[in-house]
Design a protein around this ligand. Sequence first.
Ligand code: ATP
Ligand code: MG
Length: 173
Amino acid sequence: VPAYDLAPGTLLVAVGPGASGKSTYAVTAAAVDVVLCLDSLRREIGGDEGDQSVTPAAVERQNALLEQHLSDGATVFLDSTNVEPHVRAQLVERARRRGRPIVALRFLPDLDTCLTRNAQRPVNRQVPPDTLRWQHDLAREATPDALLREGFTAVHHIEPAPTGATVSDDALS
Ligand code: ATP
Ligand code: MG
């Protein structure tokens, strides 16, 4: 159960590089009605969740589902990296149009941890290490202040723990 307040109908957006623990966290987030996961959508569309060539189609599907669930008033957790500012800008705009709060959840283990976990996954689930470094750099630039300036309602940092993720209280809200 998340330790942060969650208004019904909130759009929760993960911000974190590959192998930072987003999907692991998603299964523990009890107050969430719907988890939208880009990897799963890639698998649905292209048969392989690691196949980046189907990402544009998966993003389109993700946005359609997002629109549907937001209009239903569901609390949605968006389980994708969202490290690029232009990607987040579209999400902020979408939530604003629907009048929904949009909350960022930052996942940011140190780079070595991400690289190690990444290397331990099945080959088709591994992100190229250079891509992971790039994602990690961008994720570090997405500070709480920067995210609030982008229009996020609140920002929380998810602290990974061996027994599961917990919310640390350096979070702004
Ligand atoms: P991607 O963006 O590539 O989907 P992700 O952020 O969803 O990555 P996860 O799949 O949740 O990352 O986690 C990556 C790997 O790290 C998994 O193998 C998972 O079991 C492991 N892992 C996640 N959280 C922890 C943790 N707190 N302690 C140890 N291992 C963890
Ligand atoms: Mg994942």
